[in-house]
Design a protein around this ligand. Structure first.
Ligand SMILES: [Zn+2]
Length: 241
C-alpha cells in the first residue's frame, strides 16, 4: 500500500479525488493526497474531505505518514474502504507555509554562500520561522547584511526547480552533502531535490513556491545565542499586498 504524494509533483494542487484504501479508527488512508502530512519542520496541512451522503464536510484534524502511507484523522465517522472522496486543503494556510519554507531556503543559501556555515535545525509556522546555524559571530552588522542579502535574492526572482536524482548522483553533489543528506535512510533510492537556481540546493520533501519573488520579503525579528557556535535567527514574512 502506497499513497501517491501529489504535493511532490505539484505543490500548487489544492484539491484531488482519491479512493479510501484503509480505515483505522477515525483515520483514513487514501491512494493519493494533496495534504502534506508534516515533517522536516513544515506543519501538516489543514482542510476537508468530502464524499456523498455527508451531513457536513469532514475536517482533517491531524495527519501522519507511516512508511509510504499518508493517514488523515477526521472529525467525522470515516467512510468505508473503496469510497471515492474529494480532499481539499486550506490553500491560504498552505501557500503561506510554502512562502515561509522557501524563505528559509533562501536564508540557508545566503548564509552558506556568505559564511559557509551549516544549518543545525529549524521550524516553520504560517508567517514566521526560526532556523539555527553553526555560527560563531552574529553581530548587528551581520544581521542587517543577511536581511539585505535575503531580500535581494527575493527581488532577483530566482526560479525554483524540483526533481529527483538517483541516490549516487545526489551524493556526488558537494552542495547537498552539507544538508546532511547522508542521514537519509539507505533504502531511499531516489532523492527529491529542491533547487533555487544559483542560490541553494537541498534534499527535501516539503512544498515550496515556484519563484523567490513569491516570498514577498522578510524581516529578521529576533536572534538568540544557543551556544558558542550555535545561533538562532527568527524571520517574519511581509504580508502580500
Ligand atoms: Zn524545503
Amino acid at each position: 500500500m502506497k499513497t501517491k504524494l501529489l504535493y511532490h509533483t505539484n505543490s500548487f494542487t489544492y484539491e484531488c479525488t482519491a479512493t479510501v484504501v484503509a480505515v483505522e479508527g477515525d483515520d483514513i488512508a487514501l491512494d493519493a493526497t494533496v495534504f502534506y502530512p508534516g515533517g522536516g519542520g513544515q506543519m501538516a496541512d489543514r482542510g476537508t474531505i468530502t464524499w456523498p451522503g455527508q451531513d457536513y464536510p469532514a475536517s482533517v484534524i491531524a495527519m501522519h505518514k507511516r512508511d509510504e502511507v499518508v493517514w488523515h484523522t477526521l472529525d467525522y465517522p470515516p467512510p468505508s474502504i473503496g469510497t471515492e472522496v474529494v480532499g481539499t486543503i486550506d490553500w491560504d494556510f498552505r501557500y503561506q507555509m510554502m512562502r515561509t519554507h522557501t524563505a528559509l531556503h533562501i536564508l540557508c543559501g545566503v548564509i552558506w554562500q556568505e559564511f559557509g556555515v551549516q544549518v543545525t535545525g529549524g521550524q516553520m509556522y504560517p508567517d514566521r520561522a526560526r532556523m539555527d546555524f553553526a555560527m560563531e559571530n552574529l553581530d548587528k552588522e551581520r544581521i542587517v547584511y543577511i536581511e539585505e542579502k535575503v531580500n535581494a535574492a527575493i527581488e532577483a526572482d530566482y526560479p525554483i526547480r524540483v526533481y529527483s536524482l538517483p541516490r549516487e548522483k545526489a551524493f556526488a553533489i558537494p552542495d547537498l552533502v552539507r544538508t546532511k543528506i547522508n542521514l537519509l535512510p539507505p533504502e531511499i533510492e531516489e532523492i527529491r531535490i529542491v533547487e533555487i537556481v544559483g542560490l541553494d540546493l537541498q534534499a527535501d520533501g516539503g512544498t515550496h513556491v515556484n519563484h523567490t519573488h513569491e516570498v514577498g520579503g522578510i524581516h529578521i525579528t529576533k536572534t538568540e545565542n544557543k551556544g558558542r557556535i550555535n545561533k538562532r535567527l527568527e524571520i517574519m514574512l511581509d504580508s502580500l499586498q
